[in-house]
Design a protein. Structure first.
Lengths: 75, 393
């Protein structure tokens, strides 16, 4: 169950991007800080867009697992 | 037939009764209300059918009751079809049922309302139990028939909206006999996997009988017990099932269920592109602002004083440099003259002038012979005069 809490890299990158976007708009950053954030944001954007473009829906069917599970439930 | 004087044993009498009853009622249809319904662990059903004035015991074996699409409830009016059987050890008779159907659609509606009220009273529909649906699921569990239209819709919506996700399919029967149990098992299995982020339970549209599995108590309880959030998407917009009430989120159709379970890649894409253009504009503005700050400081009076000093001093330096350059020029003229005198005197040492005076250079083996001792009489010698070269002998 602990595994459930972990976010995907994509989700982490995206939420970091949102954070950067928010901070950049807050307008009280030093220029160096803003540029560093901007650079990080551009890197994250590229990796997120790449992930989006390369994504391919994965489908897993639980056939055997279901049979095993039903048998175990009936025992 | 028997007459009054004949004395029968209990068994003989019972056999007679049994034959009479079983022959007369081989195939009867009867309408009545269910009471004391029990589903035995063996899978057989036992209950009574009654009306205002009479009651009859009923059994329905597993082999037949598995074709009943709903689970009977006490008070439900049903039409049964079967035969009368007699059980001699107890001296009892019963209705052995082959098929069962609700006396009308109203019966199902009533059963629906009854179950809804019961579960509501237990708190199964309480807002506080609703689990939040994750925004970026990694794995979406699907409970539906794999050959159904709902499944195709679910896949195509997932592909379009969020192809980053993995669909984990736990196929289930979604109508007819055993559908409710099948749905329950699939929900439980997906929970057991431990890594499914959200479960969609659903099926396409159909009649109330088709959708009935989603109105069964065991399905409602399985959804309620699920640790993974459940989205229901059953039938069409107008169809409300018990599953919808107990689910963490109700979607009007399976397609909408998938839409609710996934973020849209187009929106994410737009967000990223907006970020890129907006943030580069912010940085640009930042830089322009700083540039202007620097320029305005440079233009300020305080900064102009040292600048003026520099400009004044620069002029003086330029004048000084010019003077130095003029000095150098003068010097170089003097030196030029000296050099030409010197080069003339050097000229007098020129070898040609010496030859012109009548001296000769002697070479043997392309080397100058400067002493008589080194002269080889046997060999050729080259004599360089002022006006030409002679080779001897």
């Amino acid at each position: 169950m602990a595994k459930k809490k972990t976010k995907s890299n994509f989700e982490q990158d995206l939420s970091r991007l949102e954070e950067i976007s928010r901070k950049l708009e807050e307008d009280n950053l030093e220029l160096e800080e803003a540029i560093a954030m901007f650079e990080e944001g551009v890197k994250l954007s590229k990796s997120c867009l790449k992930t989006l473009r390369e994504a391919d829906l994965k489908i897993t069917e639980l056939k055997g697992e279901l049979k095993k599970f039903v048998n175990a439930e009936e025992d | 037939m028997t007459n009054e004087t004949q004395i029968l044993t209990v068994s003989e009498l019972t056999i007679e009764i049994r034959r009479t009853l079983e022959e007369s009622f081989q195939q009867v249809s009867v309408i009545g209300e269910i009471s004391n319904f029990k589903s035995h662990i063996s899978g057989h059903w036992y209950f009574s059918l009654k009306d205002a004035d009479a009651v009859i015991n009923c059994t329905m074996w597993k082999g037949f009751n598995q074709y009943v699409f709903f689970t009977p409830q006490d008070g439900m009016k049903v039409i049964l079809n079967g035969k009368i059987t007699v059980y001699p050890p107890r001296g009892s008779y019963q209705l052995d049922i082959r098929s069962m159907k609700p006396a009308g659609l109203g019966e199902l509606q009533e059963a629906f309302e009854k179950l809804k009220k019961k579960l509501e009273a237990e708190g199964l529909f309480d807002e506080k139990f609703r689990k939040p649906i994750p925004i970026f699921p990694k794995k979406i569990g699907i409970v539906t028939a794999i050959d159904g239209a709902a499944f195709r819709d679910l896949v195509s919506v997932a592909k379009r909206r969020y192809p980053l996700v993995e669909l984990v399919i736990a196929p289930a029967r979604v109508q007819g006999s055993g559908a409710a149990e099948s749905i329950v098992n699939s929900i439980k299995l997906l929970n057991n996997l431990g890594n499914v982020d959200v479960i969609i339970v659903g099926r396409g549209g159909g009649s109330i009988e088709d959708l009935w599995a989603f109105n069964e108590e065991i399905v409602a309880r399985a959804i309620f017990k699920s640790k993974v959030p459940v989205i229901s998407g059953v039938g069409h917009e107008v169809d409300f099932t018990i599953a919808d009430y107990v689910a963490d989120l109700r979607a009007p159709t399976p397609s909408v269920a998938m839409e609710l379970a996934t973020p849209d890649v187009i929106e994410i894409d737009n967000f990223i592109n907006e970020f890129l253009s907006k943030s580069s504009r912010i940085i640009e503005e930042h830089i322009i602002e700083k540039e202007e700050n620097i320029l305005s400081i440079l233009r300020s009076y305080g900064f102009r004083i040292p600048l003026d000093l520099i400009i004044r001093n620069t002029q003086q330096i330029d004048i000084a440099i010019n003077r130095i350059l003029q000095g150098i020029e003068r010097f170089s003229l003097i030196y030029d003259k000296k050099i030409s005198i010197l080069s003339k005197s050097l000229d007098s040492y020129n070898i040609q002038r010496v030859l012109k005076r009548g001296f000769v250079l002697v070479k043997q083996n392309s080397k100058f012979v400067t002493r008589a001792a080194k002269f080889n009489k046997e060999k050729k010698a080259t004599l360089n005069f002022y006006d030409g070269e002679i080779i001897t002998p």
